[in-house]
Design a protein around this ligand. Structure first.
Ligand code: IPD
Ligand code: CA
Ligand code: CA
Length: 262
């Protein structure tokens, strides 16, 4: 048996610890930067240091668990529990000191996310959820918005690092923006999903995320009463996550599919 609340406690401790490291190192971070898949896809020493800290602590507390983390840590476990870790989600914001970056940690078993934490050290906001136990922001229960009209929906999205993919994402956005209230591009997929969870936006979509980007945030959004789905098929080169409050989810999903396949 894996207890979601025990996994959540460990995830919370580690996210706070890694978050403190991010806060301490942020002012000097521009001196230690390299790039990954494209000139806009950046990695810093802090991404690696944060990942090392989290992975070491997970494995010392739960040596039989598996790990998949963005900066390369991979470990097959034998316990059935696997940790999905993004040591800094929103690296571009982190570099610029734009206060929307987070540590994202999720624990899953049998393909289901059991616990998830997203911690933004710049705002000291800790979003958390254990499956079946609801979602919280700094310990208080959160819920998705009560919006029911698509035309009034505030929608978050994000763009990949590949310029050709971005151009396609921009074209889809241009086709759907007339049908909603407005768009937000905050720069952290994990926080975008948490913003759905606490009603700061009504929906969110993005193509081509990795499991460490969305696992924790998507659980938090669902536990706050939101719906999540991965869209595939014509119009989507890669699976596209869509999350939203139930009042606009179906209508937004339809608009998005039409905009992507036009
Ligand atoms: C990125 C952020 C961004 C999203 C990208 C992600 P990173 O993660 O979540 O908001 O649009 O798709 O790759 O690189 O900052 O960890
Ligand atoms: Ca990420
Ligand atoms: Ca990252």
């Amino acid at each position: 048996m894996h207890h979601p609340r025990e996994l959540l406690q460990l995830a919370t401790d580690l996210a706070l610890e890694a978050g403190a490291l991010l806060a301490e190192r942020q002012p000097q971070v521009r001196d230690f930067v390299g790039t990954k898949s494209s000139p806009t896809d950046m990695v810093t020493e802090v991404d690696t240091a944060s990942e090392r800290l989290i992975v070491e602590r997970v494995l010392s507390a739960r040596p039989d668990d598996g790990v998949v983390a963005e900066e390369g840590s991979r470990r097959e476990g034998s316990s059935g529990v696997r940790w999905l870790i993004d040591p800094v989600d929103g690296t571009t914001n982190f570099l610029y000191g734009f206060p929307a970056y987070a540590v994202s940690i999720a624990a899953e078993a049998a393909g289901e996310t059991l616990a998830g934490v997203v911690y933004n050290p710049a705002t000291r906001e800790l979003f958390a959820a254990a499956k079946g136990h609801g979602a919280t922001l700094n310990g208080s229960r959160i819920r998705v918005s009560a919006e029911t009209e698509l035309a009034k929906a505030l929608v978050a999205t994000g763009f990949g690092y590949d310029p050709t993919v971005r151009a396609r994402q921009g074209a889809t956005l241009a086709r759907l923006i007339g049908g909603i209230r407005d768009i937000r591009r905050a720069g952290s997929a994990a926080l975008d999903l948490c913003n759905v969870a606490c009603g700061r936006v009504d929906a969110y979509y993005e193509q081509g995320l990795n499991p460490w980007d969305h696992a924790a945030g998507a659980l938090i959004a669902r536990e706050a009463g939101g719906l999540t789905e991965f869209l595939e098929g014509p119009g989507f080169a890669k699976p596209c996550i869509v999350a939203g409050t139930p009042g606009v989810f179906a209508a937004f999903r339809e608009l998005l599919i039409a905009a992507a396949s036009a």
